[in-house]
Design a protein around this ligand. Structure first.
Ligand code: TYD
Ligand code: MG
Length: 480
């Protein structure tokens, strides 16, 4: 047997080096290199197919049979939509998210609520009893329509059952195993229609000595799963933890290997959870799934328009509503700003759900182009509902919320904003204005400030569309 040689692999970025180094030259992180056995892996992997004589040959693309295989439908409409219309046999989907966000809950309830789909739930983190307890919590409550004002966990609602109904629970199998080869054996015996692995960081393969969770192990296990899934034609869903920088098992190590990457996000203190595709080989990444966490699991939220508006009875100063688009779905989001005189020398600026640098830029625009003296003010900004909006269309609402709080005059409650603000103080048009106007009108808004010159600038019945071209025109429109 050849001498076993080891290499040092960065646990952050996956770069490999022949000797140990304090700092990884690849990603410049310190103390991230760990020893991993190299030769044994290559031995187990065997010779590449091409060397054995079974070479691939070029095929005219027209001669390849078109094969849009049937998708596996899911009763969870949000998940199915985010995946592009259901699960594709043989595909690998990776779901990432912070701890406690509800990844295990989402997949266990999918397993329980689709009795026609035999699911193998492989749990490396929780014992069988813990999984069973969670399943009882979830009951077999169906995807009930969204109820506004859902209470948090433990509300003892009637939908909560203490035991699992047969039929649902018969099709979901739990396996607490972390060795990939054993897992494959069980899959071959059970022949499930879906395999969930919770989580990929707990897996280990005998081919490597490195400890579970290390980049080498995670990568090698996923590669094994990939080969297995394609031959067995079973869809796999892998749950992955994310590092503090938001990467699943080191930057992009897994993202390249799998077919779909979904991100499950939201604020743990809020009930809403967003499921966002970051990569999808079988569908669009412009979708968005929205859930609400209840005592009985995650419920799909269908009517998203009003979701983040909160209960609005009176309108205090510093509140502006923005019509944003999340993927394909219009969302009306409430932006709250508080502007007050700085108590300490350096004014504080803080933003929740919005990029702080962008807030600073908007404040500079308001100061320089509109003559508001905000330099000595503390500015706090918050988006209601724990949502994070990256879209520049929210700029106008942010600027108006700040202005309103600064002069302490409320913005009329029936007004909604959408527009990007540029460095010269110009208001720029954003994509798909019609869709935003339609949603605002549906929710009872009567006036909408948008950028002038947008394509197909619109007039809609029941809502007055006010085009603005410069930020400096806005205060007069809002506060008279
Ligand atoms: P979990 O699904 O374990 O999160 P993850 O696998 O992403 O780490 O748990 C999510 C949280 O949701 C947990 O703190 C408990 C809570 N929860 C509910 O509010 N309702 C429920 O029905 C369940 C099962 C969990
Ligand atoms: Mg979990």
């Amino acid at each position: 047997m050849a001498k076993v040689r080891s290499q040092y692999v960065c646990q952050n970025c996956g770069s490999a080096f022949p000797q140990w180094l304090g700092q990884c030259p690849g990603c410049k992180q310190w103390n991230t290199l760990a020893e991993e056995v190299r030769d044994r892996v290559e031995e187990k992997r065997g010779t590449p197919a091409s060397v054995k004589g079974r070479t691939a040959r070029p095929v005219a693309i027209g001669d390849i049979p078109a094969q849009e295989g049937p998708r596996i439908p899911l009763s969870d409409g949000e998940l199915a939509r985010v995946l592009g219309g259901g699960l594709v046999p043989g595909s690998i989907t990776l779901i990432g998210g912070e701890p406690g966000i509800g990844k295990s809950t989402l997949l266990l309830q999918t397993a329980l609520r689709d009795p026609q789909l035999r699911t193998l739930y492989i749990s490396g983190e929780e014992s069988e009893h813990q999984v069973r307890m969670r399943a009882e919590r979830l009951g077999v409550a169906r995807n009930e329509p969204h109820v506004t004002g859902g209470r948090s966990f433990g509300d003892g609602s009637p939908a909560r059952r203490s035991s699992l109904a047969a039929g649902h629970a018969d099709s979901c199998y739990v396996l607490t195993e972390t060795n990939t080869q054993n897992i494959f054996r069980h899959i071959e015996a059970l022949k499930p229609g879906l395999v969930v692995i919770d989580s990929v960081q707990t897996l280990h393969t005998a081919a490597l000595d490195a400890s579970p969770g290390s980049v080498g192990q995670v990568r090698e296990c996923t590669a094994e799963i990939m080969r297995f899934a394609k031959t067995a034609d079973v869809p796999f869903v892998l749950i992955g933890h994310i590092t503090k920088d938001g990467y699943i098992a080191g930057p992009k190590v897994l993202e390249h290997m799998v077919d779909c990457v979904l991100q499950f996000e939201g604020d743990r203190d809020h009930a809403y959870r967003l499921l966002r595709p970051l990569k999808n080989r079988f569908g669009s990444t412009n979708e968005l799934g929205i859930y609400e966490m209840h005592g009985t699991g995650l419920a799909a939220v269908e009517d998203t328009g009003r979701l983040l508006l909160g209960e609005r009875e009176d309108s205090p100063s510093g509140v502006a509503v923005c019509a944003t688009l999340e993927g394909q779905r219009p969302l009306l989001v409430e932006v709250q700003a508080l502007v007050s005189s700085a108590v300490y020398g350096t004014p504080q600026r803080s933003a929740t759900g919005f990029d702080l640098r962008r807030l600073n830029m908007l404040l500079a625009v308001l100061e320089k182009r509109c003559g508001f003296r905000l330099g000595q003010k503390d500015v706090f900004l918050n988006l209601a509902g724990g949502l994070r909006v990256e879209e520049p269309a929210i700029d106008l609402a942010v600027a108006c919320a700040v202005l309103s709080s600064n002069v302490d005059i409320p913005i009329p409650m029936d007004t909604v904003f959408c527009g990007e603000v540029g460095l010269t103080g110009e208001v720029r048009p954003v994509a798909r204005t019609e869709q935003r106007i339609a949603e605002a009108r549906k929710l009872g808004f009567r006036r909408m400030l948008i950028a002038q010159g947008g394509k197909g600038a619109v007039s809609a019945e029941g809502i007055t569309v006010v085009p603005v071209s410069r930020m400096s025109e806005v205060p007069a429109l809002l506060f008279g």
